[in-house]
Write a protein that binds this ligand. Structure first.
Ligand code: SF4
Length: 216
């Protein structure tokens, strides 16, 4: 069992290596022009690639440009516009519910606190933290499917639940590292540490990665 001091030191080395490897990848790959767009695009990104969301979302925002328009949009129209991202009925319902919550509780604006964001329909901690960091520079741990997988392989957590992983990473890293670290971990998961074929021999984290060392 790794001591807390050694775990923090290893996490700091991993963060430094990732920062050197992916210096510019500190923000989401989702494209957005205002906080509402990022909020909706993050809802759309569940079980969909950022590339697909970036293809689909502009037509939605052109047709329904603000929270009031989205809240009043016919659900069938929203479903049609977001269909290609998958789970389109649930997503359309979440988007409309979220927009209605913004109109009724926040004057149509996206709030800037985690507590307010997660009270909106369809908005979980991951979505809230994506918006808070990317739009308002509020630090947070964004735990997506890549962060779950890669942080486990790196031995930074023994948990599989997003909220437990969030707590573990918060304890290991300084606050200003939280969001950049998670973004870089996501990029690593997409490019090198994939679910099916992690390329350990090409990975600059191999020296600090128990899973990688066990496989090589
Ligand atoms: S060494 Fe392998 S398992 Fe570890 S982070 Fe790199 S690719 Fe993933």
């Amino acid at each position: 069992m790794e001591s807390p001091v050694r775990a923090k030191a290893r996490a700091a080395r991993i963060a430094a290596t990732l920062a050197d490897w992916y210096p510019d990848d500190v923000h989401t790959a989702l494209e957005w022009r205002n906080p509402l767009q990022l909020l909706v695009s993050t809802i759309l990104s569940a079980q969909a690639t950022d590339v697909k969301v970036n293809q689909v979302a502009p037509a939605l925002y052109a047709r329904f440009p603000d929270a009031a328009a989205l809240a009043a949009a016919p659900i069938e129209d929203v479903e049609t516009l977001v269909r290609e991202t998958g789970f389109f009925r649930n997503k359309a319902r979440s988007i409309k519910g979220c927009a209605l919550g913004l109109v009724e509780r926040h004057g149509g604006e996206v709030p800037r606190t985690l507590d307010e964001l997660v009270e909106l329909p369809g908005v979980g901690r991951k979505t809230a933290n994506v918006v808070l960091w990317n739009c308002f520079e509020v630090p947070g741990i964004v735990v997506d499917t890549h962060v779950i997988r890669v942080s486990g392989r790196l031995g930074l957590t023994v948990h599989a639940e997003a909220e437990r992983i969030e707590i573990d990473l918060m304890a290991l890293l300084p606050k200003d590292e939280w969001a950049p670290f998670c973004n870089r971990l996501t990029y690593l998961g997409r490019r090198v540490c994939s679910a099916r074929m992690p390329r350990h021999s090409e990975c600059r984290l191999l020296g600090d990665c128990p899973a990688g060392q066990a496989q090589t």
